[in-house]
Design a protein around this ligand. Structure first.
Ligand code: SF4
Ligand code: SF4
Ligand code: SF4
Length: 471
């Protein structure tokens, strides 16, 4: 054991190693609240009694062992959020980054990808796409309240960092809904046994594979929004601009560390790198970019239009709500009168709602914070009701609470996630375009390239495994 100098915020009690900060990196309290503290630190690499073990190969997160004080908060978080407790079998890690959010010394971080992207941008055309949940969180790094909708400045920042094309992953979310709602409707029509589980959270998909493989056959075959977006950029957009894949670097800007794992999975293509919003801000600060003085910009066209249904993907319940809006239309050929499903919104861990479609009651369940999945499994076992669609998100609050989002202190964490979700819901309600199937860019890509949801070409590039698409 050696004694090293560290710094503590008197307001939120976080401990960190960096001396040259202008405010607390966790709660943003002014420098005057930061004091020096002497702490013992375990310098022996990899001998930690209370910390989660992080493999060098972990695609989503990394740990600087010299900063670890073996406080055990990461392991507690993993138990409380993911219901996991592993010391040796690191293959069970979901790369979800929930432990990153509670690590008080910044020993745990998203695995760095921006340094590689910065190099690649010197010789390649940069194409990036931003997830819904990051536009309501990036402002927190710059002193704006959680939930502030900062889309215009985020696009301007990405252009300033050297990306030629900045697209909206909300387009990918709309595409996911078209395919997933079609899959759901096909299941309903064929009276298939068991519910359809959502598939857009890679941490949940890995959890199912490791911890409850009996659920795997019920998980949608749809790729996630960023995986769909990457696929259509490679197959549809690049030929339009007469470029090859080698000419470009494609980057998803996400709230999520698990997406770094997802893009390496077999059958997923089109996205070269994933940069979390916390990494992006680190990069911007390194470049000395003043976020507050950036002028708002718009997304580039072609994949620049997303519906309100795609925007709410970032909050728990959003995927389910978006799928119901489109499934109703696919079955009845009409638009839903009331498209807001308040029962599946909010931070209650398990939520449910029912909707009458063409005389049949469709029941849905939503769960976030994967530890709570056991409650859903209990409900399925009880068989009091038939459930048709189940949305599962690993992180508390959904992607607004992802492991690549800004850190918060424990007391305010729930309020911050709620505010970020409200930012997404108010964007949805302020948009004219709120239904995925009415998105003109979606209509265009189906008419020009994909033909129709569930077509052979759609199955080939937008689904995980062509053979397993259920109908
Ligand atoms: S939370 Fe951070 S400092 Fe604490 S044991 Fe885990 S890695 Fe180490
Ligand atoms: S990344 Fe997620 S699953 Fe892995 S140790 Fe951290 S909290 Fe647990
Ligand atoms: S809930 Fe969202 S942010 Fe969290 S692991 Fe899943 S996809 Fe990533």
């Amino acid at each position: 054991m050696v004694i090293v100098m560290k710094y503590r915020c008197k307001i939120c009690n976080s401990i960190f190693m960096d001396k040259d900060v202008s405010s607390c990196p966790f709660c943003f309290s002014p420098k005057s609240f930061i004091e020096e503290v002497d702490e013992e630190i375990n310098e022996q690499k990899n001998i930690f009694l209370h910390a989660v073990k992080v493999s060098e190969e972990n695609p989503g997160i990394m740990r600087d062992n010299t900063k670890c004080i073996d406080c055990g908060l990461c392991r507690d978080t993993c138990k409380n959020m993911c219901g996991l407790d592993f010391l040796e079998d690191t293959s069970r890690c979901l790369s979800c980054g929930q432990c990153v959010l509670t690590c008080p010394t910044n020993a745990l971080k998203p695995k760095n990808s921006y340094l590689k992207v910065k190099e690649l941008l010197k010789n390649k055309i940069g194409i990036c796409y931003t997830s819904p949940a990051v536009r309501v969180s990036i402002g927190e790094f710059y002193g704006y309240p959680a939930g502030s909708f900062m889309q215009g400045k985020l696009i301007a920042l990405l252009k300033k960092l050297g990306f030629k094309y900045v697209f909206d992953t909300t387009f990918g979310a709309d595409l996911t809904i078209m395919e997933e709602a079609t899959e759901l409707v096909n299941r309903l029509k064929s009276n298939s046994d068991g519910p359809l589980f959502s598939s857009c959270c890679p941490a949940w998909v890995k959890y199912a594979h490791n911890e409850c493989p009996e659920l795997e056959p019920f998980i949608s075959t749809c790729k996630s929004p960023i995986a769909m977006q990457g696929a259509v950029i490679e197959k549809y957009f690049l030929p339009k601009i007469k470029k090859n894949k080698e000419d470009v670097v494609t980057v998803a800007i996400t709230p999520c560390t698990a997406k770094k794992m997802e893009i390496k999975l077999e059958g997923i293509f089109g996205t070269d790198e994933v940069i979390t919003i916390s990494e992006l801000v680190e990069w911007a600060k390194m470049e000395g970019i003043s976020f507050n003085s950036l002028e708002d910009l718009e997304y580039d066209s072609l994949f620049g239009e997303g519906s309100g249904a795609g925007v709410i993907f970032g909050a728990s319940g959003g995927v389910c709500e978006a799928a119901l809006r489109t499934a109703y239309h696919l079955i009845t050929n009409k638009d839903l009168e009331n498209i807001e499903f308040n029962d599946v919104r909010g931070l209650k861990n398990v939520k449910e709602a029912s909707i009458l479609i063409d005389g049949e009651e469709i029941n849905v369940l939503v769960v976030h914070k994967i530890k709570e999945l056991s409650k859903v499994l209990e409900k399925l076992k009880e068989r009091e009701k038939t459930y048709h669609f189940i949305e599962v998100m690993n992180c508390e609050g959904g992607c607004v609470g992802g492991g690549g989002q800004p850190k918060t202190n424990e007391e305010s964490a729930l309020k911050v996630k709620e505010a970020r979700a409200l930012g997404l819901y108010s964007r949805d309600s302020s948009k004219k375009l709120r239904l995925s199937y009415q998105n003109p860019d979606i209509i265009k890509i189906y008419s020009e390239y994909l033909k129709y949801p569930g077509s052979d070409i759609a199955k080939e590039i937008l689904h995980k495994c062509k053979e397993s698409v259920k109908n």
